[in-house]
Design a protein around this ligand. Sequence first.
Ligand SMILES: [Zn+2]
Ligand SMILES: [Zn+2]
Length: 330
Amino acid sequence: MKKHPAILRLIPALAVLLLNSALDVRLTHAEPYTEKVGTNIVMLGTGNPNPDPDRSGPATAIISNGSAYLIDFGPGVVRRAAAAARDKGITALAPANIKVVFSTHLHSDHTAGYPDLILTPWVMGRRWPLEVYGTKGLQAMTDHILAAYQEDIRIRTQGLEHLSPDNVHVNVHEISTPGQVYKDANVTVTSFPTKHGDWDQTYGYRFDTADRSIVITGDTSPTQATVDACHGCDVLIHEALTLKFLNNSRRPNPQGFDLSTYSGKYHTTTTQLAEIANQAKPKLLLLYHNPITLQPTKRPFASTPDDLLQEIQAAGYTGPLSVARDLDVY
Ligand SMILES: [Zn+2]
Ligand SMILES: [Zn+2]
């Protein structure tokens, strides 16, 4: 093979360097976790119902002064929390340390990790009941999960493990009307209504700590309530469906339902999110729960993180934004 002069071999590297510095202008990257005081966001799961091994089900943690507050418990939540504790030193997310959790709604992709969150940290030594805040129906779901595992709980409490039945208990707080739902020395949490198709009740949450304001919507179509909840907040964490995904005729749709109609009632497109974000003016727009792949060579017709960014910017949003990946810390 012909050898190119050194300067020619440097050109691809220089191009990558230039491209990256150009991207840095418009993207805010996740920063390494170093700060123990103050507030950090840990993205435990950024995926959607697709069981993508690179992207766990939706789950987010806000860490304030060493305490963890979880939002949603998609599949994989406990494993990702354990990874954050082991690999990033975020001890608040050692599964047995988790105590306070908020649920945006009861869709399975946001709750399939619930039995795991109730049971596994208990088996691993949790010393208190979980406190879980969410919508109407959360109590019934909790009761059914505990009933389904009653034999496991009986054997672990009455058998040789001698686990305490108190610590597998869940204190459920169903939120009947939006407003302040939680307050302690680290954080005040306010719920606001979101719009998610046929669900009677779905909530987003705003977290106010001494140093940050963070709004997370869960699943929603565009709504003024999101704009009002953020209103110049530090971070807005929001879903967005790409137009590429919606218009992809090669996307599998075995049930054959009308995705555009469904999306219009249940979700937000990139174009709609640009408009919401331009009104809400977050200091950082953080994208999660999107139909993207991190391995485009294996799914060539799927949207990529760049598709997501480009669509939102093409729709007129010029503020800071980032596509979150599992275990990113912001
Ligand atoms: Zn949903
Ligand atoms: Zn969802």
